[in-house]
Design a binder for this molecule. Structure first.
Ligand code: CA
Length: 224
């Protein structure tokens, strides 16, 4: 697994250094930027997984940094503020930071916030988006299938077979391979089982969804 990278943007050198020391001890790769323009430049160069961002900076401020980096790609931002009322103000402005920490803060609190933010992002990334095939929607995380907005009940094996086919649309998948990949049967016996599950999927989701390639296998068609 890649080491996660954090960009610390803070012009007060002692604070920046102590944040960096603590995060490095937690296993992060840390870079420091000390003003607005170099924060944006280093963000593009280092592609960090998270940004710790002070509001008051030379060049341009943390709000502008936040705006510019978020315009590039979504990244979790933990913003450092000087006072509680500044935090309230920023929350009200909805600048795009994911969390705020008011100075002075403990390094323990900072690392806890960093871990929470990264976990949240990683959990969101681990949830695959729903697959859409015309009016059919496959939600892998919930193991649900809808057709024209209505739930379609599939058996667990039918579901796995559908997801497998949908992951390689228009590709002809031999029945033996489907047996190996979906059922875990490696000896090629039981191809009739594949046929009967395909028949069930067609009955439930429409006859046109899966094409038969005679003597070979099946391919999922993408509806227009
Ligand atoms: Ca500052």
């Amino acid at each position: 697994m890649n080491e996660r990278r954090v960009l610390v943007v803070e012009d007060e050198r002692t604070i920046a250094e102590s944040i960096a020391v603590r995060l490095r001890a937690e296993g992060f790769t840390v870079e420091i930027a000390a003003d607005g323009p170099s924060a944006v430049a280093q963000f593009h160069a280092a592609q960090p997984d998270l940004v710790v961002l002070d509001v008051m900076l030379p060049g341009f401020d943390g709000l502008e940094v936040c705006r510019r980096i978020q315009a590039d790609r979504p990244v979790p931002v933990l913003m450092l503020t000087a006072r509680d009322d500044e935090t309230d103000l920023l929350v009200g402005l909805a600048v795009g930071a994911d969390d705020y920490l008011t100075k002075p803060f403990s390094m323990r609190e900072l690392t806890a916030r960093v871990h929470v933010l990264l976990r949240r992002v990683e959990r969101a990334a681990a949830t695959p988006p729903a697959i859409r095939l015309g009016d059919i929607e496959i939600n892998e995380a919930e193991r649900r299938v809808r057709r024209a907005g209505s739930d379609v009940h599939l058996t667990p094996t039918e579901f796995d077979l559908l997801v497998h086919l949908a992951g390689r649309p228009r590709t002809v998948l031999p029945r033996e391979r489907l047996l190996a990949d979906v059922w875990g049967w490696g000896d090629g016996n039981g191809t009739r089982t594949v046929d009967s599950h395909i028949k069930a999927l067609r009955r439930k989701l429409g006859a046109d969804l899966i094409r038969t390639v005679h003597g070979v296998g099946y391919a999922l068609e993408l509806p227009l």
